[in-house]
Design a protein. Structure first.
Length: 483
C-alpha cells in the first residue's frame, strides 16, 4: 500500500511526521555576518507552525568566502545561533529540521568565476574537511540531520558535472572520476557525525545545459550516492553558471538563463514538469535494493497531485519551496480538511527576482509590507460578494479583459480561474487589484472564467459568477498585389 501525504516516514531514525518538505530556499534575511537572527527564526518557525514534515534550512556556507547575506556554519561561533533556531522549531511542532551546507567558488563583478580545475590538491583537502566540520557543528546545534548541497552552480555539483575539466583523481572524463569528490566528502561527513545521524543530498537530475548530464547519468549518480550511504535524495534541475545572463558590473548569477528558469519553472510551464526524474531515479535505486526516500519537486502544489505521486510510487516525499513560501500552513490545512483555504502559488517568480536582485525574499501574494507569511486564523470570516454579477469580461484585440467588483471583507487578493473548452479549471493569475487582461487565448475556443477572493489566512469566498466566452476566429483575407 502506498503512502499518503500525511503519513510519517523514518529516515535513519529521524521520524518525519508527514511527507511534505520545504527544500532549501534563499531568504536573504541574514545579515552579511552570517549569523542566525530573529527574522530567520521567524521564517522557519512559520513552517513548523504549519506542520511541514521536513524543513531544509537555506544553504549555509562551510567556509568564510564573502557572498552577501548568507547564513554560515563555518566556525564554532555560529553554533549558538543555530541552537536557537532548532530549539524554536522543536518547541513549536514535531517538524524536523535539517541545514543545507554548501561550498561555492569565487565570482567577480567582471564576469570572471573560479572553476574547479583551478583548485589545488590542498584546496580540495580543505573543502572536504570543512564539510565534515560543518556537519559536526550541525549535529551539535541540534539539527535532526544535514543535507549536502550538490546541486546547481556550486562546488560539489561542479565535480559531478560533465563540464568538469579536471584531469586527476577527479577526472571529468569518466563518471567514476566525477563522483570521487562526493565520495570523499561523504566519507568525511560520516566520520564526523557517525552512522546514526541522517545525511541527505540534493543534486541535479538534469543539468539543463548544453553538453551537461541528463537522466541517463543522474540515475547512476543517485545509485552511487545510495551505495555511499546517503539517507535521502532530494532532486532539482538546472541553475547553472554556464548559461547565466551576464549583467555589466554584476557577478554572474546562475538562475538567469534557461537552466535557471527550469530550476524554478514559472507560470508558462505546465504543472509538475520534473516528476519523471524522481520516478526514474526512485525506480533505479529501489531495483538495486536501496529503500531511501526520494524527494520530488517542481510546481507541485495541490494535495491531489501530491497524493497521486505517492500512490503511484513516483516519489516518497514532496518538496514544495514556492508553495510553502506563500502558504506555510499547507500541511495543516490538509490535516484539518481545509484544502479550500490553501493559498496556491501562481509561480509568478517574484521571489526569484528578489533573490536575483539581492533583496529580502518575500511572496507577492502576502499582504503588502509583510516580511513573513501571515498567521493562519481559521476562525476569520470568508469574503463575500455583494453582487451576483461581480465579474464581467470583454474580448477585444485578441485578449479578454476581465473586471470585477471588490469583495466584502478583509481581502488580501483574488485568484482568477479559467477553463478552456470545458476542460480542467486552473488558476491562471493572482491579483491584488480588480482587473486583469488575459492575452493567452486563442480564437475558436471557449473560455470560462470566475474569481475567488481570499483573506491573508487563505479563507476563500464562494466563486463569483461564471463568464463563458466563445471566441471568434479572426477573419483572414488574402492580400491582393497592387496593379
Amino acid at each position: 500500500m502506498r503512502a499518503n501525504i500525511l503519513e510519517p516516514i523514518v529516515i535513519n531514525g529521524m521520524v518525519v511526521p508527514n511527507r511534505t518538505v520545504v527544500p532549501a530556499m534563499v531568504t536573504r534575511l541574514s545579515a552579511e555576518d552570517g549569523y542566525v537572527n530573529q527574522d530567520i527564526i521567524d521564517r522557519y518557525v512559520s513552517y513548523a507552525k504549519g506542520n511541514v514534515g521536513l524543513i531544509i534550512v537555506e544553504a549555509m556556507a562551510i567556509h568564510e568566502s564573502k557572498s552577501g547575506p548568507l547564513l554560515r556554519i563555518s566556525d564554532d561561533r555560529f553554533i549558538d545561533g543555530h541552537k536557537k533556531l532548532t530549539q524554536a522549531i522543536h518547541d513549536t511542532s514535531s517538524s524536523k529540521v535539517v541545514p543545507q551546507i554548501i561550498h561555492f567558488m569565487k565570482v567577480a563583478r567582471s564576469g570572471w568565476r573560479q572553476t574547479i580545475d583551478m583548485l589545488s590538491e590542498e584546496d580540495i583537502v580543505t573543502i572536504i574537511r570543512d564539510f565534515g566540520d560543518a556537519a559536526a557543528r550541525a549535529r551539535e546545534a541540534g539539527y535532526d540531520g544535514v543535507e549536502l548541497h550538490s546541486a546547481h552552480a556550486y562546488t560539489l555539483s561542479s565535480f559531478l558535472s560533465r563540464h568538469n575539466r579536471r584531469r586527476d583523481r577527479y577526472d571529468g572524463r569518466s563518471l567514476e572520476g566525477r563522483l570521487r569528490m562526493f565520495g570523499d566528502v561523504m566519507a568525511e561527513v560520516r566520520a564526523k557525525v557517525g552512522a546514526d545521524f541522517p545525511v541527505g543530498v540534493r543534486f541535479l537530475a538534469d543539468e539543463m545545459i548544453k553538453d551537461g548530464y541528463t537522466l541517463e547519468d543522474s540515475r547512476l549518480i543517485a545509485l552511487r550516492m545510495a551505495q555511499l550511504g546517503v539517507d535521502y535524495i532530494s532532486l532539482s534541475v538546472g541553475g547553472k553558471f554556464e548559461d547565466a545572463i551576464l549583467k555589466e558590473g554584476q557577478p554572474p548569477y546562475p538562475y538567469t538563463g534557461y537552466s535557471g528558469e527550469r530550476c524554478m519553472p514559472g507560470a508558462s510551464f505546465p504543472k509538475m514538469p520534473h516528476v519523471h526524474y524522481a520516478a526514474a531515479i526512485k525506480e533505479m535505486i529501489n531495483s538495486k535494493g536501496f529503500d531511501i526516500p526520494v524527494i520530488s519537486a517542481g510546481k507541485i502544489n495541490s494535495p491531489e497531485d501530491a497524493e497521486q505521486l505517492l500512490r503511484d510510487g513516483k516519489a516518497d516525499m514532496i518538496g514544495m519551496a514556492r508553495q510553502l513560501l506563500v502558504d506555510p500552513n499547507w500541511p495543516k490545512k490538509v490535516i484539518e480538511n481545509r484544502e479550500e483555504d490553501i493559498i496556491p502559488c501562481v509561480y509568478c517568480n517574484v521571489c526569484k527576482q528578489l533573490d536575483e536582485n539581492f533583496k529580502e525574499v518575500t511572496c507577492f501574494l502576502w499582504p503588502k509590507g509583510h516580511l513573513q507569511a501571515p498567521d493562519y486564523d481559521p476562525g476569520s470570516l470568508s469574503p463575500t460578494w455583494a453582487s451576483s454579477e461581480a465579474l464581467s469580461a470583454e474580448y477585444t484585440n485578441g485578449a479578454v479583459k476581465l473586471k470585477w467588483q471588490r469583495a466584502e471583507g478583509e481581502i488580501s487578493g483574488y485568484d482568477l480561474y479559467r477553463a478552456e473548452d470545458n476542460g480542467l479549471v486552473k488558476i491562471i493569475q493572482a491579483k491584488k487589484g480588480t482587473g486583469f487582461t488575459d492575452k493567452s487565448v486563442l480564437g475558436g475556443l471557449k473560455y470560462s472564467y470566475y474569481i475567488r477572493a481570499y483573506t491573508k489566512s487563505g479563507q476563500s469566498s464562494a466563486p463569483s459568477n461564471m463568464i463563458d466566452l466563445d471566441l471568434p476566429i479572426e477573419d483572414f483575407t488574402p492580400q491582393m498585389p497592387e496593379k
